[in-house]
Every structure is written in structure tokens, then in C-alpha cells.
Write a protein that binds this ligand. Structure first.
Ligand SMILES: [Zn+2]
Length: 411
């Protein structure tokens, strides 16, 4: 008997529907902000479902919720699995919560199959993945993995001035009975299921994406400084036109980052002209660069060329490019990728290896232990949107693959 045999199509889809009622929006999506009463209601429901199969709940200092299935050998580090339950303000019914429900269903299947794994399996719901109430995103997994400090995270404030620490305290009446656990307890490995949030699987008629990694990202703020002048009287040879220089720079970077394989992502999403008056030669342009690539060395090489290309195209203007943010690409564990592939093949589920274009908790967990992810298709790639949709049969297939992977990892 395989764990996947016990995955219940009706149960997982009904539970996803039930979760979608918590924070449901008129447009058919959900609004379940991190550490809100809706978030706490979703956590309480998850704890209740977990209790049906003997999962022990615990919460760490930053508010990550864990449900533990004990292993037969308490000396072994547990296998961890999960995702997040918070959403964007007009979020969909699947982002994050799918992974939590798939993990719960996988655990249910393992228990129902009568398996007694050597390692414990811990289902985790990471707090504040979305970063919409408390920016930035990926808070709970970052604190757990040690890439972000607990004190800094607790001090983050929402738009109303409420801190993370205060929000956690406000949920005491609902979640105060749940035992506390130390922060950052070591796991043997981590596997997360998630909706793709892109169109690749659907377009190719495939059900499972074996995620190889998450692309790296660098951002810049570029300031081009010229001189304001009269649009009628200033001779072209004497102008310091900041917009002309900025336009040359944007296009030159576009040529430099042109990629026949369409892997490089180069975006100028913000472009501010001063004084932005029809009859004044522009004095200053400030624009953003968002540059992404999965190959760390290549990303760095491209990023390092930004300064020189800017200078080369500035003409009579001056230009300053400041790197604001840099995140190296994540490469997920080979062994976990292979296990997901084996499980999908074993169930005759069409699959492909693919990159994640978006960031995920699993990317931070890869800093703490061998980690991996599997994707299921998102209809039309629509996400962070109330119209987000994944097909019920794909929901189930993802949980089946996850169940077999977890059973294998837990031994
Ligand atoms: Zn998500």
C-alpha cells in the first residue's frame, strides 16, 4: 500500500472550500491577512482537523504554527512540510493554503495507510508569507531559518501601527492554549506544495512541476541628472537632456540583457521625469531596474555591467546607479527533486522540472535544510487575484505525489 492510495479527493477539496470561507470576499477570493482574526480562525480549524489524526499543535515565538505527527524514533529530526495560510487583500483561494491542505491530506493518508514512519512529520503554516499586512514578505520562514532576526520581525508594524508582537498577543484568546515551542527547531528536510502562479504546466498539459530552484533578483535605482532648459530656445548641442540619456540607457540595457532563451528577466517598471513639463528639457530622470536570472554567476555578471552601460550612454548628463536589493538564486536539493520525480512517475502523473519565478518559504528553508517544492497548475497563470483557480483533480494529484514523497522521506 502506498500513502497516495489513501489520499481522499473529496476530503481535500471540501477542506479547501471550507478554508476559502474564512475571509471570503464578494469577488470569490479571500482576504486573510497575517495574524488577523481570520488567520487565527484558519489556524484553529487546521488544529482541529489535525487533532482528528493525532497531530500535536505548537507555536513558535514568531507565530509559525506546527502540527506534529510523532515518529517511532524520537532521536531523528522530523521531515517538515507546509506553506502559508495568509493571503493578499484580494487574494485567491489557493495561494499558500493549497500547500497546507495538501500537507494535511498527505499526513492523513500516511496515518490511514497504517504507516509508522521512523521520523516525525511536521506540518507548518508559516506566518506572514505574503507581507501584505506586515512588509516585507516571507517573515515566519525567514525567522525560522535564521535569515531574519526575531526582534526585527516582532517590531514590524502594519498600516495602523500595530506591531507583529502586538498582533500575536491579540490572538492569545484564540491561540493561547496552544503549546509554545523553541524557535528554529532543526528539520531533516522540507517539502512544500504550491500552485504554480504561472501558465507553464497548464499550457503543456502537465500536472506536477518539480521545482529546481528560484531565480535570483537584483534591483537598482538609477538617477540621471541633466539640466532644465527652454524647449524652444535651448540648442540641441548644448542641452543636458536627462530623458534622452535615460532612454538610451534603458534601451542599451535591454540590448545587453536580450536573451534568445528568454530566461533573463529585465524590467524598468518605474520611470519618473522631472520637472515633467511639456516645454522644459528634462532635468532629472529616476528609474528602477528589476533584473532576474536563475544562474547566480550570470546574474552577477549582468548586474555588474549596469554601471558601465549607464555611464557609456549618459552623454552630457551624469548618472548614478545604486543597487538596492540582491537575492542570490536558490537551487533546491537534488535528492528531493529526484524523489518528487519518482513519485510522480510512479503515479503516472505528467510532470516537468521547472524554475519558480516567484519567491517561496521553501527558498528560505533551503538555507536551513535540504528543501524542495512541487507545483500544480494555475488556470491561465492567474494569481494574487480573486479569480485564481486550480482544478480539483490537480489538487488531489499534488497531494498524492506529496504523500508518497513524505512517506519516503520519513522512512
Ligand atoms: Zn504563496
Amino acid at each position: 500500500m502506498k500513502a497516495s492510495d489513501k489520499v481522499d479527493h473529496q476530503r481535500i477539496n471540501a477542506r479547501l472550500d471550507e478554508m476559502a470561507k474564512i475571509g471570503a470576499t464578494a469577488g470569490g477570493g479571500v482576504n486573510r491577512q497575517a495574524l488577523s482574526t481570520e488567520d487565527a480562525a484558519a489556524q484553529s480549524l487546521l488544529i482541529a482537523w489535525g487533532a482528528e489524526i493525532g497531530l500535536e499543535p505548537s507555536i513558535d515565538e514568531i507565530g509559525n504554527l506546527f502540527l506534529t505527527l510523532a515518529g517511532t524514533d524520537p532521536g531523528l529530526d522530523p521531515v517538515m512540510t507546509g506553506s502559508h495560510m495568509d493571503s493578499q487583500p484580494t487574494g485567491g483561494r489557493y495561494d499558500g493554503i493549497y500547500g497546507v491542505m495538501a500537507s494535511l491530506e498527505a499526513l492523513h493518508a500516511i496515518v490511514d495507510a497504517g504507516m509508522k514512519p521512523a521520523r516525525g512529520i511536521e506540518l507548518v503554516s508559516w506566518v506572514n508569507e505574503e507581507g501584505s499586512r506586515f512588509a516585507p514578505s516571507l517573515m515566519g520562514s525567514g525567522v525560522h531559518a535564521g535569515t531574519r532576526s526575531l526582534a526585527d520581525a516582532l517590531a514590524l508594524r502594519d498600516a495602523d501601527g500595530v506591531s507583529v508582537a502586538e498582533a500575536i498577543e491579540a490572538l492569545e484568546p484564540v491561540l493561547g492554549h496552544v503549546p509554545r515551542r523553541p524557535l528554529g527547531r532543526q528539520a531533516a528536510c522540507y517539502v512544500e506544495a504550491h500552485i504554480e502562479q504561472g501558465p507553464v504546466l497548464e499550457r503543456n498539459g502537465e500536472t506536477i512541476g518539480i521545482v529546481t530552484g528560484i531565480q535570483g533578483k537584483h534591483t537598482y535605482r538609477v538617477t540621471v541628472t541633466g539640466e532644465a532648459a527652454h524647449a524652444g530656445t535651448a540648442p540641441h548641442g548644448e542641452r543636458k537632456d536627462a530623458l534622452m540619456a535615460a532612454a538610451r540607457i534603458v534601451l542599451a540595457l535591454g540590448r545587453e540583457f536580450e536573451d534568445p532563451e528568454d530566461i533573463t528577466r529585465y524590467t524598468v517598471g518605474r520611470f519618473n521625469v522631472s520637472p515633467n513639463a511639456p516645454s522644459v528639457v528634462p532635468r532629472e530622470v529616476v528609474f528602477s531596474i528589476d533584473l532576474r536570472h536563475p544562474d547566480g554567476a550570470r546574474l552577477l555578471r549582468m548586474s555588474d555591467s549596469v554601471q558601465e552601460i549607464c555611464a557609456g550612454q549618459a552623454g552630457p548628463c551624469t548618472v548614478r546607479a545604486v543597487r538596492l536589493y540582491e537575492a542570490a538564486p536558490i537551487v533546491f536539493d537534488d535528492g528531493i527533486q529526484d524523489l518528487i520525480e519518482k513519485a510522480a512517475s510512479g503515479l503516472s502523473v505528467p510532470h516537468r522540472r521547472m524554475l519558480s519565478a516567484a519567491g517561496h518559504d521553501a527558498g528560505l528553508m533551503q538555507h536551513a535544510c535540504p528543501s524542495g517544492m512541487l507545483f500544480i497548475p494555475s488556470k491561465d497563470g492567474i494569481t494574487h487575484n480573486e479569480a485564481e483557480y486550480s482544478h480539483p483533480s490537480d489538487i488531489t494529484e499534488g497531494a498524492r505525489v506529496l504523500a508518497d514523497v513524505l512517506a519516503r522521506l520519513a522512512g
